[in-house]
Design a protein around this ligand. Sequence first.
Ligand code: UDP
Length: 255
Amino acid sequence: MAAKKKEEKTEFVNKQGKRLDGRTTDQVRPIKIQVGVVPRADGSCYLEWGQNKVIAAVYGPRECLPKHTASPYKAVVRYSYRMATFSVPDRKNPKPGRRDIEISKVSSEAFERAIFTERFPNTAIDIFVEVLDSNAGTRIAALTCAAVAVADAGIPMRDLISGVAVGKAGGKIIVDMNKFEEDAPDAVDIPMAILPNTEEIVLLQMDGLLSKKEWLEARGKAFEAIKQVYELQKQALLKKYEQPVEAAENGGVVQ
Ligand code: UDP
């Protein structure tokens, strides 16, 4: 009962419009992106988004094995989202659970919209993403990181995929919720990803309920935040490919 009273009192956005971590309602956590961090992969990326840390490696288009899983019409996109055992406060079972399988499925569907898969029949494009540390929003951090890795692999795409998780906590619509906000008693969590140029939504999930007015506010805030994420993705790619060849091969790091 005492705990419930405490929860009811939590003010997720104060009178000055600031959240508990000091952000405004439409401010995303700091994002850092580095391209080309796994030399063995065709494309790769490391991304930090607040406390979230993810690494993505992409292989392909390559032979699709076992062969009966190949399509004569298009490349098969296989997306693997995994969390390291040490990436959460309690030990994460290394065996992929329902959540990992669900996130992998919806993310591979997002990439099927983005990649020109029809240009690579009978092949597979393998996208592996590992979450090393987490504090809510990892499926979007993973997708954002993977999109940069796919671009780094030189795989033709209609556009990058960029996203953010928008939602509600303490009755206020906020972007890029952290774990504390996601655990609010009235929390609504909406991970969303788009192809920024056409604004086609390629991933949209929702945990909780919003009124139509709240949804329109959330969507508007999410699109604004996604534009910032998109710019950072492009800057990271430019940083690698504007370097001399030797530096580009070293993930944009000049030694
Ligand atoms: N989480 C956890 N254990 C798990 C899965 C998730 O502690 O087995 C945490 C992790 O920090 C994650 C957060 O819960 O970022 C929110 O998870 P959710 O399923 O909402 O996905 P996400 O917001 O990360 O896309």
